[in-house]
Structure formats: C-alpha cells, structure tokens
Design a protein. Structure first.
Length: 146
C-alpha cells in the first residue's frame, strides 16, 4: 500500500523552475542598461576569413567563395555584448532583451545611468571604423617601409 500523496512539492533538481510573471520593460529601457559591445571574437574570426576569401578569389574557386559568403552570417553571430552590472555576455542581436536585477532596480527607481554612451550596436559600428582605420594605416606604413 502506497502512502497517500499530497500536493506535488517542487523539486529544484528535477522540476522546471516555477514560471514567473513576465517582466514589463519600459520602451526606453536601454537608458537603464550598462552594456558594452564586445566584437573581438568576431574580429578574431574575420582575420582568417579574409585570408581564406583572398585565397578562394585567387584560385577562382566558386563553391569556396559561396561557402565563405554564407559563413559571414555565423561570424555575425559572434558579435557580443557584455553587461557591466551582472557580468553576463550575450549575442549582440539580443541586447535589448537583457534585463538583469540592477537594470530593473534602476528602472523601478527611475534612476537612469549616469554616463549615457552609445548603445552596443553603435559601439560595434564605431569599433568597426577604428579597426578599418588601423588596418588602413598599417597597410600604408608597411607599403612605405619597403
């Protein structure tokens, strides 16, 4: 004979966490976030991508060129943001959905962050310009050296 079962108790090891009420974010929630763009992983992938693309064009190998062009989507997925409040890192395309406890506390207290810099997408574009300028200047410097 089995003991009578009462209401199901939540087991944190086996059961899913209980559902929470959805968090309502303000339309301008980005004013409460402290996020920094982190494009370095994508940049590290772009360096061999450019080398492989150059070799594929020199060899006139069309399938490789098409595969490399399609792989740009995967490289774009390597763009990331980093939260200065909770330390979380996520895909750059989802930065507007990041809501950690400190950002939510600032929203509830109506306390915007002190230094409002550009959002992570704009930071990534600025990083791209800086990388292009440095690459151009290094190409000019290496050409003048010989």
């Amino acid at each position: 004979m089995e003991p009578a079962r009462g209401p199901h108790q939540h087991d944190p090891d086996l059961d899913r966490p209980p559902a929470r009420a959805p968090i309502v974010l303000e339309p301008y929630f980005e004013e409460y976030q402290r996020l920094v763009s982190n494009p370095f992983l994508a940049l590290a992938a772009l360096i061999p991508w450019f080398a492989a693309t150059r070799l594929a064009f020199l060899a006139k190998h069309v399938p490789s060129i098409l595969i490399l062009l399609a792989s740009l989507v995967a490289i774009a997925g390597l763009l990331q943001f980093h939260c200065l409040d909770c330390g979380a890192t996520g895909c750059l395309f989802r930065w507007k959905h990041h809501a950690c406890q400190r950002s939510l506390a600032r929203q509830w207290a109506r306390q915007r962050r002190r230094l409002r810099g550009p959002n992570p997408a704009t930071q990534t574009v600025l990083w791209g310009f800086i990388v292009m300028v440095v690459a151009l200047l290094s190409a000019i410097a290496s050409r003048n050296r010989f």
